[in-house]
Design a binder for this molecule. Structure first.
Ligand SMILES: N[C@@H](CCC[C@H](N)C(=O)O)C(=O)O
Length: 326
């Protein structure tokens, strides 16, 4: 028997698969097909998810495990901030450690257990790195520009300005007075189909500034569509906020970032260059259900065979969300 977990960070939903527990690891093709099937809400497995987080042994000694991120459409991303918090909790409980490194596709990231956000709402703080603004790292192409910072791009939407940051997955951010979901959906869809600007697609976030060090972020994710929250998106947005709105930002305090699924905190320290800045993302790591299945059924993608049990944690999370709304 193998056990998968259904988890979320700010209701950005994932299934965790610990490949180290399998006799035969799933191939990349099997992982991609698993994500497409299990994440599709029409298949009625806990209402689907935004992706699958795959845990492997680390390829070297400095990290306690490796995280891979497979989006709901089967594509692979370099990073996932909300997902990394849940993987950190999983590894922390597996190895009984509160502070360690997790290997991701581009680099090792420092993670550590934080104070619970509320009763029954465990939280982790994760480093978000590396940071790049360079067109080649997103990648994007627009009028031969090397970077896109508070740039008007009428081809995207008139009257808005856009900033693009890789952390290292790609983000396009626009600060708006009021989020227009229809515009966000249209632009997100356009930039994640074949288009001349972002050949590998991009996560698109619209941001409202609610006050000093207070943001609301909504994201249309590459490989997924609208999500309740995107951790790397809220992290890249917080850096853009610190750089573009110095009168509203202080590094003495965390930034509070609300999202449709709840709230996270980010901590930004600006560096000598913007790329040398540091970003930490702090938020819930909630395990909602366990899913048991024979390894053979998993390889055969016979997902009707899951035995599913609730952990009871979601009630505490929803109480926390009610409390922050009050
Ligand atoms: N939800 C994630 C980001 C997941 C990857 C993204 N869809 C991409 O393709 O870059 C997060 O919390 O960061």
């Amino acid at each position: 028997m193998v056990q998968l977990l259904k988890v979320h960070g700010s209701e950005n939903q994932f299934f965790i698969l610990d490949q180290t527990k399998l006799e035969t690891q799933l191939t990349d093709k099997e992982l991609s097909n698993l994500a497409i099937k299990i994440c599709n809400p029409d298949n009625n497995i806990l209402n689907g998810a935004d992706g699958v987080l795959v845990i492997n042994d680390s390829t070297h000694q400095d990290a306690m495990g490796q995280m891979r991120v497979i989006n709901a459409d089967g594509s692979e991303a370099k990073m996932c901030g909300n997902g990394l918090r849940t993987v950190s909790r999983y590894l922390s409980e597996k190895f009984n450690k509160d502070s360690f490194n997790v290997e991701t596709l581009e680099t090792d990231l420092e993670v550590k257990k934080s104070e619970d956000l509320a009763k029954g709402v465990p939280a982790f703080s994760v480093q978000i790195s590396p940071i790049s603004f360079e067109a080649k790292d997103l990648p994007f192409s627009y009028n031969g520009e090397d970077e896109m910072i508070e740039q008007e791009v009428p081809e995207f939407l008139p009257n808005l300005k856009f900033t693009s940051i890789a952390v290292p997955n790609p983000h396009l951010i626009s600060f708006v007075d009021k989020i227009n979901e229809a515009d966000l959906g249209k632009l997100g869809k356009y930039l994640n189909e074949a288009n001349p600007y972002f050949p590998e697609g991009v996560n698109v976030s619209f941001v409202e500034i609610l006050g000093n060090n207070q943001l609301f972020v909504q994201t249309y994710e590459r490989g997924v569509g609208f999500t309740n929250a995107c951790g790397t998106g809220m992290s890249a947005t917080s850096l853009a906020f610190a750089l573009l709105y110095p009168d509203k930002f202080t590094d003495k305090e965390d930034i509070s970032v609300r999202n449709p699924g709840g709230m996270v905190k980010t901590h930004i320290e600006l560096g000598n260059t913007k790329e040398e800045s540091s970003i930490h993302l702090i938020g819930n790591a909630t395990f909602t259900d366990t899913l048991d299945i024979d390894e053979s059924s998993l390889h055969a993608l016979d997902l009707d065979q899951f035995t599913i049990k609730s952990t009871g944690e979601e009630e505490d999370y929803l109480n926390f969300v009610d409390a922050i709304k009050a």
